[in-house]
Design a protein around this ligand. Structure first.
Ligand SMILES: [Zn+2]
Length: 343
């Protein structure tokens, strides 16, 4: 049964003191970013009868989300605090959003479809194969399949490439960075020892493609800005994986960023614009009229440049780039969703 909003609200009022002390912004913002993924939202809405498989804190969270009672602040902070207790051992006081994403997804893994497949596996798991074909002796080495929820990329390499090649697409920057990790043709198995590029394959394109950016944490405003400028709203992952159809496109739907004080932010693409999702509510920052020249992120005002409104359908993306740079927020998690699954 769906928990009634009254009982949740009553519960939340008694728990509000505790919830405030136990707040974890990495968990809060990561959940918000996840819940802005359309294919995940739809899976939740279509599988409510399967919520009984999951631990009760998660059941409450899913139920509240699909019934939309989660939009009430008290309910959300209560549910968040319950989830935090369930995840405490894994994330404790972690402020590392990448670890939090993994903790959440592993916690959600018990949630399965009628065929017994975990919905998390279906939506998020990236099963990558690597192959090296030696350019010198033509020896072929296949490496064991690796499963993960994301590809991890160093922010400084992204920035260096973007500064050197301004017009280079984000996906090609990722490709070049991956090409730098060469492997040697294994002498022990009959190879010649030559260093070679490794080709990547995936047998299945997950509906969600996640990229984690690793930062040094000492970057200046300018460096953060330069890195953020390298991000693209769309990615064609056939540039990264051999054998995929050209134009296997993914679109950026939400991001988690981390500020100077280790506080986290969630920026989500909703109704053709980017919004900053505030603490303890799932409603985006109320931008009264996004077509105006000025946009608000909380009390932070950004001038919207005219060119961001014309041509491409990129909403207020340029404001997002300034938002990250000027507030020194490092984008850490990027959730891209397959364009086909968004139709
Ligand atoms: Zn070789």
């Amino acid at each position: 049964d769906m928990p009634k909003e009254d009982s949740l609200s009553a519960h939340s009022e008694s728990a509000i003191g505790g919830a405030a002390a136990r707040y974890n912004s990495a968990l809060d913002m990561t959940l918000k970013a996840l819940l802005n993924i359309k294919v995940l939202k739809e899976d939740l809405k279509n599988n409510t009868q399967r919520f009984q498989q999951v631990p009760s804190a998660l059941q409450h969270f899913f139920n509240a989300f699909v019934s939309e009672s989660i939009k009430t602040e008290g309910v959300y902070s209560c549910i968040l605090s319950d989830l935090l207790s369930s995840l405490e051992e894994v994330i404790s006081m972690s402020s590392d959003a990448a670890k939090v994403v993994v903790a959440i997804l592993e916690f959600w893994c018990c949630w399965k479809n009628p065929e017994g497949e975990s919905l998390v596996t279906r939506l998020f798991t990236l099963a990558e194969n690597e192959r090296m074909s030696c350019r010198k002796c033509r020896w072929i080495t296949n490496y064991p399949e690796k499963s993960s929820y994301a590809i991890v990329m160093p922010a400084d390499s992204i920035r260096q490439l973007k500064c050197a090649f301004e017009s280079m697409k984000f996906v090609d920057i990722l490709k070049v960075i991956r090409m730098e990790y060469q492997k040697s043709c294994n002498i022990k198995t009959g190879g010649c020892g030559e260093s070679n590029f490794v080709h990547h394959f995936i047998s299945r394109c997950p509906p969600v493609f996640t990229i984690v950016l690793e930062w040094e944490k000492s970057e200046t405003e300018k460096e953060i800005s330069e890195t953020t400028k390298a991000l693209d709203l769309e990615l064609d992952i056939s540039r990264l994986y051999v054998g995929l159809e050209p134009n296997t496109n993914y679109r950026l739907v939400s991001m988690v960023g981390c500020g100077e004080e280790e506080e986290h932010f969630c920026l989500a693409y909703e109704n053709n614009r980017w919004v900053n999702l505030g603490r303890e509510s799932l409603a985006g920052e109320d931008v009264s009229n996004w077509k105006s020249e000025v946009i608000f992120f909380g009390d932070f005002k950004v001038n919207l440049r005219q060119e961001s409104l014309s041509g491409e359908d990129d909403g207020n993306w340029k404001s997002v780039v300034s938002f990250f740079g000027e507030r020194k927020i490092r984008p850490e998690i990027l959730f891209y969703e397959a364009v086909g699954s968004m139709a």
